[in-house]
Every structure is written in structure tokens, then in C-alpha cells.
Ligand binder design. Structure first.
Ligand code: SF4
Length: 367
């Protein structure tokens, strides 16, 4: 499947998404933020479209970006309104709907409300098929339909059954360009939901792409930790086709966090892989300073992207790591370091303040 020009699912790389947080009526503000996100490495951008009149702002934002040659796929994020979702199909590269609030009718029995929702889902998917626009069914632990909550509770089963209804509706009209997500702020629930969805899809012979995220994760270190555990666990299982790290921060910071997760689990590579020992009483140079300098200098080198670089405090584990790494800095007892390339000493007794630039020279000299 393609979302705009970005492939999703199958052999396509796991893509990085984020969401603009500028009110959609601020067209120039959105364009500026999207340009920043793209420069940072964001590959798909989502915009909230809360009101019918906002669809025209979405279109203006898209037109301005395209006129500047920026082809990043734009996803319309729609809640509560099939009408807005239909309108967005005309201009968005993908539409995200929330199954829990798309077309719920209160005061009905479970089956009465389900029939009502299925009919509206089917109508929407028929239109999506005609416009050739993929749709993400975004299931959120915090916003399941009331009837689903009453029947299943806020559980992985409830999240899967919510998605399954939409899948059934899509299949009745022959629409297959679906992406599914099962986000929750509870990491355990989020992971269990995606795993259950994979089992259920396997049983049904389905293989829709999955967009991963821990929603409402908060900010700072804890939010990154929650996202790394939730998204990372699934990626290590081979689950996931795109990710968003939701942070209560400038959206730009979501991109670096997403890259870190993808690189840490070995799914994608954005820079050299840096490893360093924690240091201990045997370290006799400023390893923190040297490590920062190495990351700063070598992290910028395009030719070093595939390399593994180790910075080690002493020879105890250092020589072993030096053998495993492409290049390694290993501390000596006198505030100096040796620089190794595949276990061969390439520079001996380098003064620590010169370690990073010496390593850079060595790498550039060998490429
Ligand atoms: S490599 Fe050496 S300095 Fe680093 S933690 Fe191990 S023993 Fe300590």
C-alpha cells in the first residue's frame, strides 16, 4: 500500500509519522511546522480536521507544500464526523478515523448500534475506494464505543473487535487499503492489543499494515521510555509498519525519538551505532566528554552511517568491544586513549581532547 509516495507494509521500511499541533486555520504556521518536521526526517504528517470548514484549510496547506515541491503525505485526522471524513477523501493522502466515535448511535441495543455504524463505515469505505485513498482505523483504548466498552471493557479484545467491525464493513464493499492502529497510554494494553490483532488477522488470512504508538505518553524521559518499550517490543516481534512517538513537546522532538527506537531495534539505520561503557573506577579519562564529542563528530558523517563505534573506559571490556566494533576508542591509564580499527591499533596514546577528531580522520582516511 502507498500513502502518497510512502510505501507501507510488506517490504517497505517502517515509516516515521508525526502530527502538527498548530491550529489548522493557521495555514502558514502549519506549513512552517511541516517543513521543519520534514527536514527532521518525518515521513508522514497528520493534521487534525475538527470542523467542516477546516477541510479547506487542509487543502490550502497541502497546496502550499506541493507548490514548494514538498511531497510529504498528509493525513486528515477526523473524529465524530463521517461528513468531514468524506470531504477529506477528496484531498488527503490518507484519512484516519476513530472507530469508537465515527458513527455511534446512542439509545440503541448493541446490534442496533452496530448495524448503524456498519452501514456508515461501508458508505465511507465505498467512497474511499472510489477516491483511491487509504484509511487508518485508529482504535484508541481511551475512546472505544460505549457498546464495545460495555461488552468487552477497555481490553485488547474490545480494541480488536472494534477494528474487526470496520474490517468487515470495508470488505463488504471490496475496500482493502486499510491501516490499523491500537493505541493506548497503558503500554501493556497497547502491546497486547497489537499482538492479539496479529493473531486474529493471521486466523482470518489478513495482513493489514499496522501503525504503532503509545498514545498520551506525556513528555521527557518517561514518555520516551514508554514508547520505546511499547513500540520497540512490537518491532522486535516483527510487528509494525509505521510509528509515531507521541510527546507533549514540540512535534519535532518526536522524530528523533522515533529514529532512536527504530535504530535501537535494528529496523532502520540513521547514523553510526554508538556504544560506550558506563565507566567505573578503572576509567582514567573523561569518557563522557569524549563520547559526546565522538557522537557529535562521527554522527554527522554520512560515510559512517553503517559503522559501529565503541568508546570504552579501559582494556577490561574495551579490547573485546574493539574487536566487535568497526572502530573503538579504548582508555589507557594516563588520560590518553588508543584508537582501534577491527582490533588493530591505528593510533596509540592519543591525548583525550584529540580523540574524536583523530577518530574522524582515521575513518575519513579509510573511506
Ligand atoms: S570497560 Fe573498563 S572502565 Fe568501562 S566499565 Fe568496564 S571495567 Fe570499567
Amino acid at each position: 500500500m502507498f500513502v502518497g509516495q510512502v510505501g507501507m507494509g510488506g517490504e517497505h521500511a517502517v515509516s516515521i509519522q508525526s502530527m502538527a499541533n498548530v491550529p489548522i486555520g493557521n495555514v502558514d504556521g502549519n506549513v512552517a511546522q511541516i517543513l521543519q518536521l520534514c527536514a527532521g526526517g518525518c515521513e508522514i504528517v497528520r493534521l487534525a480536521v475538527p470542523k467542516p470548514g477546516d477541510v479547506s484549510f487542509f487543502e490550502k496547506i497541502k497546496n502550499k507544500l506541493r507548490s514548494q515541491g514538498v511531497q510529504v503525505p498528509l493525513v486528515a485526522d477526523v473524529h465524530f464526523s463521517p461528513k468531514i471524513a468524506h470531504e477529506c477523501l477528496k484531498i488527503a493522502d490518507k484519512v484516519r478515523i476513530n472507530a469508537g466515535n465515527f458513527a455511534e448511535k446512542s439509545g440503541e441495543s448493541f446490534h442496533g448500534a452496530q448495524d448503524f455504524a456498519l452501514e456508515r463505515f461501508a458508505k465511507f469505505f465505498q467512497a474511499a475506494k472510489e477516491f483511491g485513498v487509504p484509511v487508518r482505523i485508529g482504535i484508541n483504548g481511551g475512546s472505544l464505543a460505549k457498546r464495545m466498552l460495555e461488552k468487552y471493557g477497555n481490553t485488547a479484545r474490545g480494541m480488536w473487535e472494534s477494528a474487526h467491525e470496520c474490517i468487515l464493513a470495508a470488505r463488504t464493499v471490496g475496500f482493502h487499503d486499510l491501516v490499523l492502529s491500537f493505541k493506548a497510554s497503558d503500554v501493556g494494553l497497547m502491546v497486547a492489543s497489537y499482538r492479539l490483532a496479529c493473531v486474529e488477522m493471521d486466523n482470518l488470512g489478513l495482513g493489514y499494515p499496522l501503525h504503532l504508538g503509545v498514545t498520551e505518553a506525556g513528555n521527557s524521559h518517561y514518555a520516551r521510555t514508554k514508547s520505546a518499550i511499547g513500540i520497540g517490543s512490537l518491532l522486535l516481534d516483527g510487528i509494525g509498519d509505521s510509528i509515531r512517538v507521541s510527546l507533549t513537546e514540540n512535534p519535532l522532538s518526536e522524530i528523533q525519538a522515533a529514529r532512536d527506537i527504530l535504530q535501537a531495534v535494528g529496523v532502520r539505520r540513521f547514523s553510526a551505532e554508538f556504544i560506550a561503557c558506563p565507566s567505573c573506577g578503572r576509567t582514567s579519562y573523561d569518557i563522557q566528554c569524549v563520547f559526546e564529542a565522538v557522537k557529535e563528530k562521527i554522527g554527522r558523517l554520512e560515510c559512517a552511517r553503517s559503522l559501529r563505534i565503541a568508546v570504552m573506559g579501559c582494556v577490561v571490556n574495551g579490547l573485546g568491544e574493539a574487536g566487535e566494533a568497526d572502530y573503538a576508542i579504548v582508555g589507557l591509564p594516563n588520560g590518553r586513549v588508543n584508537i582501534y580499527g577491527k582490533n588493530i591499533c591505528l593510533a596509540e596514546g592519543v591525548e583525550q581532547s584529540l580523540a574524536a577528531e583523530t577518530l574522524e580522520r582515521v575513518i575519513l582516511g579509510n573511506t
